[in-house]
Design a protein. Structure first.
Length: 293
């Protein structure tokens, strides 16, 4: 055994090891080029979002009377709902597109907290527009989905889109006791808020105390009132959400461009210092070699 140990080749420990966190000039140059390209993309997206935001804001003004008219109709008819009822329906207006800050996650987080706070025995069903909110809510409420719509948000919403959603909801014939529409309401370029708008079924409208103030009510008129009021509110919510999304994306891309600019400045400074250190080291080696000769 001692003879074997004597013939064992000793392991040599190198005198020089590379520092893992030390970046070379090539690494910094690649990183600098990558961040510069990202800044170009974010600046372009900001310009596109600014144009889309201006268009969405112009289209929001004529869409707001649809929402205010339906709200006035419900208020004048003195329609009320009881939030403690077991069967509840929530319609969520989101989008398929991201890169717009926390506008979708904030809406989904509020709905998640709302549903978790409901008393035991409450049966809540979701109708979700947009993949962003659907992806977040499906993690915890997958069994509560009644309907979902995708391929939404790439083009400006129209009343035909709202009517399609309203008809799909009414065709489900889900008997709810309480229903709400949730969407983001535009306030300013840097501000929006999550809004809840109650919606009512045909039976609830028929049972309203002052519904006869509007017209001589029969089954056909009542059905038309219900369909048009629901489509009007969804259209109004779509327009508010689209304007909020474009303003949020414009703000997010502006912040991303600013952050990329600060990072480019730091990387440029690091690159120049590293290059200066390399040049100085090479000069010292050349001078030392010449002095040795």
């Amino acid at each position: 055994m001692e003879a074997l140990l004597a013939r064992t080749v000793p392991v040599l420990t190198p005198q020089w090891t590379q520092v893992r966190s030390m970046a070379t000039l090539k690494d910094i140059r690649v990183r600098l080029k990558s961040v510069t390209n990202i800044q170009k993309i974010t600046k372009s997206m900001k310009m596109v979002s600014a144009a889309k935001y201006a268009k969405a804001e112009r289209e929001l003004r004529p869409a707001r009377p649809f929402g205010s008219g339906a709200k006035a109709f419900f208020e004048k008819a003195e329609l009320n709902q009881d939030k403690s009822q077991p069967n509840q329906l929530i319609i969520v207006l989101s989008s398929d597109r991201g890169l717009c800050g926390g506008i979708h996650s904030g809406l989904s987080r509020e709905l998640r907290n709302l549903v978790n706070a409901k008393p035991a025995g409450t049966d809540t069903k979701f109708v979700v527009l947009g993949d962003k909110a659907r992806g977040i809510l499906q993690r915890t409420f997958k069994d509560k989905f009644l309907l979902s719509f995708n391929d939404y948000g790439r083009k400006p919403p129209t009343f035909a889109d709202a009517a399609l959603v309203a008809n799909a909801v009414l065709d489900q014939d889900y008997k709810f006791d309480y229903a709400s529409l949730y969407f983001n309401t535009f306030r300013s370029v840097v501000s929006y808020r999550v809004t809840e708008q109650p919606i009512f079924s045909r039976d609830q409208i028929a049972a309203a105390g002052k519904i006869n103030l509007y017209d001589s009510i029969d089954e056909e008129v009542l059905r038309s009132f219900n369909e048009y009021a629901l489509a009007s509110l969804i259209y109004y919510g779509m327009k508010e959400g689209a304007c909020s999304e474009q303003s949020s994306r414009m703000t997010a891309m502006e912040a991303a461009s600013k952050n990329a600019g600060e990072m480019i400045g730091r990387l440029t400074l690091t690159f120049n210092r590293t290059r200066q250190a390399v040049i100085t080291k090479e000069l010292i080696e050349i001078i030392s070699g010449a002095a040795a000769i």
